[in-house]
Design a protein around this ligand. Sequence first.
Ligand code: MN
Ligand code: MN
Length: 468
Amino acid sequence: MERKNAWAKYDEAGLAKIEAFAKAYCAFLDGGKTERECVALAVKAAKENGFIDLNDAIAEGRALKAGDKVYVNWMNKSFVNFVIGQEPITAGMNIVGAHIDSPRIDVKQNPLYEDSDLVYLDTHYYGGIKKYQWVATPLSLHGVICKKDGTVVTVAIGEKDDDPVLYISDLLPHLAQEQMTKPAAKAIEGEELNLIIGGKPVKDMDSEDEKASVKAGVLAILKATYGVEEEDFLSAELEIVPAGKARDMGLDRSMIAAYGHDDRVCAYPSMQAVLDFEGVPQYTICAVLCDKEEIGSVGATGMNSMFFENIIAELCALCGENSNLAVRRALRNSRMLSSDVSAGFDPNFAAAFEKKNAAFLGRGVCFNKYTGSRGKSGSNDANAEYVAHLRKILDDEDVSFQTAELGRVDLGGGGTIAYMCAKYGMNVIDSGVAVLSMHALYEVISKVDLYEAYRCYCTFLRDAKPIA
Ligand code: MN
Ligand code: MN
């Protein structure tokens, strides 16, 4: 049993829609290279589409009714939007969820040092990266520096055409005989990921010291540009990501090479499917874009936090269902697509896959009934009844989908946010878009898969029903 390639079913008008959606997605990628930047874009889009801040509704004690549109900005790192449905919220919601953090390199708290007339930021990588991929390539720096007086300085260096970029060096091959014999995991070590940010000595005018230093020069620039001191690094969140924009990939422009497809290629269409919903949904619809998935969904902005449950409690109260039981019913009766990228079958590394149960670029949105490793351990094994319901509603709309496992049995594995939502007893399944070179600086997806994911989320939000 083989699933069809999705491109073939599109005529000129359909292809134009795929292209337009891909273009908007690339703009989201270019403007949203960190979870904070993604939330800023999501809040802007929500406001433009008539969504109101849940906190304002709470403050005003405003009752919510069918058709009302609400969003939540959670600590500037996670985001949720809703359209209230006709059925009571206790009948459950149709939820699409994805994450907006991506693997990257973070700046340490005490990062700045000078060595051999170069000045560096020391780092600690975030998520599952192949460290050797991050050297000898242009990098940019994004994030916030929070000052003691409460001001938050936003930083984005290395994206504009006339911006400088930053860089982590690698050893020249002429002297790399020892390095080249190491396993890939050891060729570049974590403590070797030091970011070069300057190289011109400057004399510090405020200091008695006669000697010029590169560090003083960089600190003077930070002071002049952002009004920050070295100590302000203590309360900063700075993320190092590849510099540059998302690009069309392939002579036929059928793919996109970009940083952060994992998991913005699911987050963007999820958010957009709620924004674009026309009319009043039968069941309350919701997109949740969460942080910290790449390091285990920990922290107050990760899906393991109770922030989502707390939001549902507030929503229930504003919908006139102010009880603990109502919250439990709203969650238990919900249906969810936990949307995250899937490993695209790669003929270069065919042995890593089992071809009958692999996701192929171009064959549509991908469902992973289970993920996990070592005998499905840690996976959310979605109910067959639920999978059958999804097949029905997607086939009725001619949405192209495929099913897959993450690689061949016992090779590795991975987790998503599905099991955390499943703990409420709701039906949830992993779904998403197939990616080549997942977690690399530039990952690759097919434009048609992105579009099928969007169509899948739109169909799901409108048509998914409680499972008997
Ligand atoms: Mn992911
Ligand atoms: Mn990932």
